[in-house]
Write a protein that binds this ligand. Structure first.
Ligand code: FAD
Ligand code: NAI
Length: 469
């Protein structure tokens, strides 16, 4: 007989949902994890973080073989692209990890349920799949339903001529000209993939710089590097609509101040202007779960919603829409659910854009520090002066920048643009988590020659003692 009673029902099996389910099971709860996608891993694994990184890696290899191996004395006569094989590899990576997540759930005795969940009230969740309906009784409910692409008036996504990020991960041929709307995370990562594979790429951004929330100096170096790779930017420009004309997709642009309207033709348009919380069909209103003006579920510091014993985490609540943020919240929410204490340190959540050069940051940007009137010192070190970056022939355009609170001497922000920035930022995230000073980092022995030495040198620079620059 099917057992329908649980201690916790998690809705959504993305990085928020499946991590919460596993942690709850480890803490002794009887857990079900429901997802309507038919496979585990959520947006992140199926149409987000993982397939995009697989394509970034593959396209980087192609680009390197075509344009950069010769610098190392490695001569390759012809480099050809087999897009189908590249996409196939990406799908295989996703499939393998899907199985991995399901295996983890099983190993931890979490029941994985495929179907669409709807709240029926405190302690009751209805799950529908194509041929059955189950009503689950549970002591606690955790909503981890994630997010979906933000729509734009006048732009109809058909996943063929006009695509969302999901469509951009599976284009069956390299478009001659790709227009990307939005110079944020998705826009720049996908622009990089298709540019490396040979497309002409134009990125249209409404604001006056790319990655507008990022430290301005870093964003300016990133734009220069991407321009060198051939990506064109149209800043202070908004897209007011797209239309199909013969075989071309026409994108209508308007200058931000409304002064000028023009049209550009292309083969494919990618709409990437942000994501919004996904709560459709959950029945939040009927149950009384409050959402804010932008549709995010409101939670308290225990991740509990306006309804007792209904919790929410991840992209569906306010905060950065990042997989690791969802995972942190997952663990803390579940631990507090069973009476333990915990908190998420939102100042120490790193963010990474996987372009080349990679960009990574944690904590405050210089602009934020200036705005909030916090006095700070900055220490910077360029990869150009890092022996490992030089000997590897890695992109040397970037730097490590460490921002230190002048009063208390602790590191309050770090920004890295350059090779493997996403990995390097972990050291400074850890330093910030332990309230380290720049001198703590500077006096830590770093192996030579490594990219991490650029962090030590930036920390030395923040203490006015640079050695190698
Ligand atoms: P999700 O991963 O969105 O999972 C929610 C799940 O809930 C989905 O599977 C959905 O099917 C299911 N669901 C929704 N409603 C119901 C319902 N009623 N019943 C049953 N199931 C339901 N973040 C990073 O940190 N690093 C990256 O490199 C990165 N790259 C990205 C690339 C792209 C192209 C995209 C789109 C996003 C990327 N992100 C990245 C963001 C990351 O994917 C999200 O922050 C993360 O997936 C959020 O996790 P979540 O668990 O909150 O929700
Ligand atoms: P985003 O918020 O990163 O960037 C959207 C960009 O579009 C902004 O620069 C914004 O100013 C611009 N914009 C908004 N309206 C516009 C308009 N009408 N015309 C032109 N430009 C416009 O959103 P994106 O790229 O869609 O990604 C969504 C989220 O997914 C990210 O914020 C991030 O949280 C997550 N993500 C994370 C990744 C990572 O960690 N590496 C990779 C991909 C996505």
């Amino acid at each position: 007989m099917v057992d329908n009673s649980f201690d916790l029902v998690v809705i959504g099996s993305g990085p928020g949902g499946y991590v919460a389910a596993i942690r709850a099971a480890q803490l002794g709860l009887k857990v079900a994890c429901v997802d309507k996608r038919g496979k585990a891993g959520g947006t992140c694994l199926n149409v987000g973080c993982i397939p995009s990184k697989a394509l970034l890696q593959s396209s980087e290899k192609y680009y390197e073989a075509k344009y950069h191996l010769a610098e190392h004395g490695v001569k390759v006569d012809t480099v050809t692209l087999e897009l189908e094989a590249m996409l196939g590899r990406k799908d295989d990576v996703v499939k393998g990890l899907n199985q991995g997540v399901s295996l983890l759930l099983k190993k931890n005795k979490v029941e994985e349920i495929h179907g669409t969940a709807r709240l029926l009230g405190t302690g009751k969740v209805k799950v529908n799949d194509s041929d059955a309906e189950r009503v689950l009784s549970t002591k606690n409910i955790l909503i981890a339903t994630g997010s979906e692409p933000m729509p734009l008036q006048g732009v109809v996504v058909d996943e063929h001529n006009v695509v969302s990020s999901s469509g951009a991960l599976s284009l069956s041929k390299v478009p001659e000209h790709l227009v990307v709307i939005g110079a944020g995370y998705i826009g720049l990562e996908m622009a990089s993939v298709w540019r490396r594979l040979g497309a002409e790429v134009t990125v249209v951004e409404f604001l006056d710089r790319i990655t507008p929330n990022m430290d301005a100096e870093t964003s300016s170096v990133l734009q220069q590097s991407l321009e060198k790779q051939g990506i064109k930017f149209r800043l202070r420009t908004r897209v007011v609509g797209t239309a199909q004309r013969d075989s071309e997709t026409i994108v209508s642009l308007e200058a931000k101040n409304g002064s000028r309207v023009e049209e550009i033709g292309c083969e494919v348009v990618l709409l990437a202007i942000g994501r919004q919380p996904f709560t459709t069909g959950l029945g939040l209103e009927e149950v009384g779960v409050r959402v804010n003006a932008r549709g995010f579920i409101e939670v308290d510091d225990k991740f509990e919603t306006s309804v007792s014993r209904i919790f929410a985490i991840g992209d569906v609540i306010p905060g950065p829409m990042l997989a690791h943020k969802a995972e942190e919240e997952a663990v803390v929410a579940v631990e507090m659910m069973v009476g333990q204490s915990g908190h998420v340190n939102y100042r120490c959540i790193p963010s990474v854009i996987y372009t080349a050069p990679e960009v990574a940051s944690v904590g405050f940007s210089e602009e934020e520090l200036k705005e909030s009137g916090i006095g700070y010192r900055s220490g910077k070190f360029p990869f150009l002066a890092n022996s490992r970056a030089r000997s590897s022939g890695l992109d040397q355009a970037g730097f490590v920048k460490i921002l230190v609170d002048e009063k208390v001497d602790t590191i309050v922000g770090a920004h890295i643009i350059g090779p493997d920035a996403g990995t390097l930022i972990a050291e400074l995230t850890l330093a910030m988590e332990f309230s380290a000073s720049a001198e703590d980092v500077a006096r830590t022995c770093h192996a030579h020659p490594t990219l991490n030495e650029a962090i030590k040198e930036a920390a030395l620079a923040a203490c006015s003692q640079p050695i190698h620059f």
